[in-house]
Design a protein around this ligand. Structure first.
Ligand SMILES: C[S@@+](CC[C@H](N)C(=O)[O-])C[C@H]1O[C@@H](n2cnc3c(N)ncnc32)[C@H](O)[C@@H]1O
Length: 471
C-alpha cells in the first residue's frame, strides 16, 4: 500500500484552493460536500466558481497564492489542506512550504507533487466508496468505479440509513462488540436487508425492531466448511466469499493460496493447519477438536480447504466430530482440482467420442504401495484423475501398462492448476514420468489419463506460454 486511504472529517475545517480554473472549482465543490470551510485564491474566477462565491458558499481572495504568503502565517492561521491548480513551478513551491508548515498538499492533475490524492468516489446514502491507485492507473480506477456502480444495488444507501437509525439502540442492547457485529451480520444477510432492497424500508424497520427485541445475548458458535477451489480466487463461490467475510477464526490448509486468504475478513484470527509431505503439522484429530473448541467459545469458524472439502479433503471426518458435539455447520462446495485443472488445461474430462465416465482416484502411496483396482482402470471409455500422485507417477504409469493399457495412452500432468504459474505436461504412459522428472514439477499436481488428453493441444487456453511442448 503506497498511500493510506483515510476518510477525513472536514466539516468546518479551513481548506484552501488555489487557482481559478475548472480543476479548482471541481475540488472546491467536493470539499463543500464534506462541509469544509473553503477559501479560493485566484486573480480571476471560472464562471461556475463565481456562482459559488456569489452564493456565499466559498470565500474568494482575489490574489494568486504565493509560497511566501503561507510562510508568513501563524500556525493557527494555516489551512488544514491546500489544493493548488497552478502551473508546475508554483505548485512545487507551494508543496515545499506546505511540507515545512505541516499543511497537507494536493496539486490538481500532478499526483507526483502532492501528499494526498482525491479518490474516485461512489456514494450511496451514508455509504462512500473511495477507489484510488496512488495516481498511477486512473483508467483502471474509472473502470472499477463503473463496475462497482453496476454491482451495488441502488437502494444500498437506504440500507445505510436504516443502520444509522438503529445504530445507537443496537449498541445499547449489545455492549459486546462481537455480539453486536453478529447481530448486524444477521440483519445484513437476511430478510431485513432484502426488504430494504425491495423498496420496503418501513417493513424492514419493523422487522429490525422486532429482531432487536427478540435477540438474546447468546452467541452460538458455528463452523463453515468452505471449499476454496484450486487456486484462482475468481473461482470462489459467492457464498464462500460471504462466509469468508463473517468469520472470527480461519483454519486453512496448505493449498489455500495467499490471494484467497486476502479475501477473508481482515480482523479474523488465522490459523494454518496445513498437512503435507515432510511438513511437521497439526494432526487431524487436533484440527477436529480445535473446530469444536472454537465453536464452543461462540466463534464463527471458517474451515477453509483447497478444492472441494468433500473430495479427498477429510471434510466428512471434521463434520462428524462437529455433529457428535452438537455444533451447527454449513458446507460450501468448491471447485475440485479435477474440474479446475482440466478446465484450465483444456482437457474435457468426458467427451462423447472418448470418455463416458470419469474416476477420481487418490495416488497417495501407503508404505510405498498403491493398492488400487488397476483392472477396472484400464477399461476403455473412461478418464482417470489421480490426486496426490506426483510421487507415485511412475508406479501409476507402470501399473496401468502392466494391466494392459496401451503404451501410447495419453497422460497429462497439471502442475499448480488454475494459478498464474500453471504448467501442463502432456505425454504417454511410457514417456511422461521421465519428462516430468526432468522438468522438476512440484506439488500440487494432478494427473489425467485417457484419450481426452488428446484434445489438450487444440483446447489449451490458459497460460499457454508455459505449456510444455517438447515431443
Ligand atoms: C488432499 S488433496 C485435496 C483435494 C481438494 N479437496 C480438491 O477437491 O481439489 C490435495 C491434492 O489435490 C490436487 N490439487 C489441489 N489443488 C491443485 C492444483 N491447483 N493443481 C494441481 N493439483 C491440485 C493435488 O493432487 C493435491 O495433491
Amino acid at each position: 500500500m503506497r498511500s493510506f486511504p483515510f476518510f477525513f472529517r472536514l466539516k468546518g475545517r479551513p481548506c484552501w484552493v488555489a487557482g481559478g480554473g475548472e480543476g479548482a472549482r471541481h475540488k472546491a465543490s467536493l470539499l463543500l460536500k464534506a462541509g469544509a470551510s473553503v477559501t479560493l485564491f485566484g486573480d480571476q474566477l471560472h464562471p461556475s466558481t463565481r456562482q459559488l462565491v456569489q452564493e456565499g458558499q466559498v470565500q474568494w481572495r482575489q490574489q494568486r497564492l504565493q509560497a511566501d504568503d503561507l510562510q508568513q502565517l501563524e500556525p493557527a492561521e494555516l489551512p488544514w489542506l491546500l489544493i493548488a491548480d497552478e502551473d508546475e513551478a508554483l505548485n512545487r513551491e507551494l508543496a515545499e512550504v506546505c511540507a515545512r508548515r505541516r499543511v497537507l498538499f494536493n496539486a490538481v492533475d500532478m499526483p507526483a507533487i502532492g501528499d494526498f490524492f482525491f479518490p474516485s468516489i461512489l456514494e450511496r446514502g451514508p455509504l462512500s466508496i473511495a477507489i484510488g491507485s496512488d495516481g498511477s492507473a486512473p483508467i483502471l480506477v474509472r473502470h472499477m468505479r463503473a463496475r462497482l456502480e453496476s454491482l451495488l444495488p441502488k437502494r444500498i444507501g437506504e440500507l445505510g440509513e436504516l443502520v444509522q437509525q438503529f445504530k445507537d439502540a443496537v449498541r445499547e442492547r449489545f455492549p459486546n462488540l462481537d455480539r453486536r457485529r453478529r447481530f448486524w451480520d444477521e440483519q445484513m444477510n437476511g430478510p431485513v436487508a432484502e426488504q430494504v432492497l425491495a423498496g420496503r424500508s418501513e417493513q424492514a424497520a419493523k422487522m429490525l425492531q422486532q429482531s432487536l427485541q427478540q435477540a438474546t445475548d447468546d452467541m452460538p458458535g458455528e463452523v463453515y466448511l468452505v471449499g476454496a477451489g484450486p487456486g484462482d480466487p475468481d473461482l470462489l463461490t459467492f457464498k464462500a466469499l460471504r462466509l469468508m467475510q463473517q468469520a472470527d477464526v480461519v483454519m486453512y490448509d496448505r493449498l489455500v493460496s495467499e490471494q484467497i486468504l486476502e479475501c477473508v475478513r481482515r480482523e479474523s484470527e488465522r490459523i494454518f493447519v496445513g498437512k503435507g509431505r515432510n511438513i511437521y503439522s497439526i494432526t487431524q484429530d487436533n484440527i477436529n477438536q480445535a473446530l469444536v473448541d472454537y465453536a464452543r467459545q461462540g466463534k464463527r469458524v471458517l474451515r477453509l480447504k483447497g478444492g472441494d472439502p468433500f473430495i479427498f479433503g477429510r471434510g466428512g471426518e471434521e463434520l462428524e466430530r462437529l455433529a457428535e458435539a452438537g455444533i451447527s455447520f454449513q458446507v460450501v462446495p468448491g471447485i475440485t482440482a479435477a474440474s479446475g485443472c482440466a478446465s484450465y488445461a483444456g482437457i474435457p474430462l468426458t467427451h462423447r467420442d472418448y470418455a463416458q465416465s470419469v474416476r477420481f482416484i487418490t495416488g497417495h502411496r501407503v508404505g510405498g504401495e498403491l493398492n488400487l483396482d488397476w483392472k477396472e482402470y484400464v477399461q476403455p471409455g473412461q478418464t482417470l484423475v489421480f490426486y496426490m500422485g506426483l510421487n507415485g507417477l511412475e508406479i501409476i504409469c507402470d501399473k496401468l501398462l502392466e494391466y494392459g493399457a496401451a503404451a501410447d495412452l495419453p497422460v497429462a500432468l497439471v502442475e499448480k492448476g488454475t494459478r498464474i504459474d500453471q504448467r501442463v505436461f502432456v505425454g504417454t504412459l511410457t514417456d511422461l514420468p521421465s519428462r516430468v522428472r526432468e522438468a522438476g514439477a512440484e506439488a500440487p499436481t494432478l494427473i489425467i489419463v485417457g484419450q481426452v488428453v488428446r484434445l489438450q493441444d487444440k483446447l489449451a487456453w490458459w497460460n499457454t506460454e508455459t505449456k510444455d511442448k517438447s515431443p
